[in-house]
Design a protein. Sequence first.
Lengths: 496, 313
Amino acid sequence: MAPAPRTRDLTLASAHDEVVNAMTQTAVVERKDRRAPRKASAQPAEGGSRFTLRAAFAQGDAFTRASALVLGLGNLVRRQYVKGAMFLLGEVTFLALFLGRGLHSLAGLGDLATVTKGGQEWDANGNFVNVNPTNSVEVLLYGVAWIFGVAAFAVFWSAAVRSAYQAQVLAQESGRAPSIVSDVRDLFDRRVHQTLLSLPVLGIVVFTIVPLAFMISMAFTSFDKNHPVAFDWVGLDNFAAVFSRTGSAAIGVNLGLFLRVLGWTLVWATLATFLNFFLGMFVAMIILRRGTRLKNMWRAVFSLSIAVPQFVSLLVINQMLQDQGIVNQLLKQWGLIDSSLPFFTNAWWARATVVVVNLWIGIPFTIMQITGVLQNVPGELYEAARLDGAGWWQIYRKITMPYVLFVLTPYLIITFTANINNFNVIYLLSNGAPTRVGESAGQTDLLITWLYKLTVDKGNYNVGAVIGIMTFVVLGVVALITYRNSGSYKNEEGFQ
Amino acid sequence: MTSQTSTDVRAGAAGGPTGTAWRPGAKAGGSVRRRRRLGDAAAHAFLTVLAVAWLVPIVWVLAESFNWNTAPFTTTFFPTRYTLSNYTQLFTDTSVMNFPQMFLRTLVIAVFVCVIQLFFVLSVGFVMSRLRFRARRPLMNTALILGMFPGIMAVVAIYFILKAMGLTGSSTATTVALIIVYSAGSGAGFYVMKGFMDTIPASMDEAALLDGCTRWTVFTRIILPITKPMMVYQALIGFLTPWLDFVMAKAIARTQENYTVSLGLWQMLQKEYIAQWYARFAAGAVLISIPIAVLFIVMQRFYQSSMSGSVKG
């Protein structure tokens, strides 16, 4: 409710007062925000302006409305020449590119493969093949990119129309629309967020969002190792291959395999997260014990493994555990075993190995995190408990655990999602081994390593994309449930 | 007895409740002492076993880096004959694998990524922490959701995009491509920086604005100086990215002339190289680990000091 009167205030205020007003308003908004951040953010007016698109069409004059067709016209009429010229130039450039290439690219999305430059002919093996076939990857990529290009232009267009309306209103109010100098000054003050965000957002759109959209679109095509070029849309066939009992023998996927990998991914994430947490906590508490000497030395020993790059230590451990590796050799020499232990050749051994090695990787991090937390548990709590006659187990369960969990729940959630995506440990350590013949995923493969093998190693991009989408669904469910309930999300300004 | 109880209480306060010593209603002093000594011995034995387990791989790779024998399959834990030639060969013998060049390339990438990431994260962190505007919540939620997508998922798509931009193939192009890939999305990792800036009192901005600062000067003159420890932390993270990354580099730098250090080390362990290159892999791993370990320790210090809050007193 609160922001509504503020907007009216601003409308009544003269242009001259607006700057002063805006400054105090910001302070007010910030304070209001702090009190009820979620409520305030639900109001669209938060920090918004009165120069909306709707207002522009409802209250704009002829020039403002015409600006929707000829971008920058409104600005040029109000003597904002530089701004108007920029909008116009942007529109002309976009239209030239769009008509020259964009339309063709977007049309290409309809049918990825039919345009063959060289026609078709019989090859030496008697197959009817495309000569010089279309590179469907490019067709798909440019098509997807142009969708984003059009969306970007829509944003540009809306900015231009609103700017024309703003120029009209401000010209009416103060006789002259703001000059380019004051606009630029504005970009470093009231609208500094636009300046600072432009490059990071551009980077994220081009190298995170567009690739994701591109990848997702591959899930609906026949882009696999047999169709590296000249592939086409196949609808939901790939989903059918992954989720049917028989699946696709050529690629080596079926429902059983998918469920097995999904199940192992979840089991792995649970084991990796909670074993690390509880064992790490146990070690941290032993180091913190009163009787333990050389506390710093023990901690240093464990942190040493953090400082070694993960891929190095994983590759080294992988070498140590090979059939002919140093561990098996020494055990044989000492007469403890006759034949090599099947660290990566037996499914259950391999699963146990990756979990245990992950303890080696993860426990030092847990020790680091938990030591600080344990030291902060208020001492009076322990004293009071002891006076009441509580034993150590009771104290652990009723005081230590609740306190640690309260502080570290967000950390546990992050660790869990990170473990679902724990590519390094699996790929560098076991590489999914052992793998049964005819299956594309090994016994220790996670969804994420399976995806990597399917795409980068084997070139079955379509099925890989399906697995990627499913990974995201799993992660999204975990994340949405947990993040939104975490304290730091709800109460981000608690310390300001 | 009284003194005994009081130390026990302190022990609990400082050390947590694992000890068996300070049970309430302890019996005779002697029995308590014996039990405690037993507990101490067990704890130290347990820690020693663990410490050995944690040190073995590290000691082994250090020992192997001086091994005369270049293959990984030996019958003794420590090498029977030591040499320094693995280190010298790594940098002089560039006929099969050009390690010095990989090292230099990774260094160049690291410097650029460090600067760009720092700029991106500072900008986004400042905007999200100190300013209020309409798109703020949606942008933050988008960053949260994008963080859910594993980077590996889009790696193939990113490769095709770079290819369309003409940034694959030659070694210079791949270097540029890797710089872009490591830094482009870094703006989404603003949460720690924002969390730090959130602890700077809002009254400082307000005072500065009343004194005639623009929001830009608030950023450069007020917020940035206070954020220095966090900047060091972020810069180190950026610098370490290309040294530690393996997956992105493998998908983008596809031929050996374009490899970074981590890919080079990985390559040395492939079947066709390992018998000749294992000892040199160990030497390379040691050379990479030492500076990274030092940077890591520095980083920890800055991280801890920045976690203790922005404005003291």
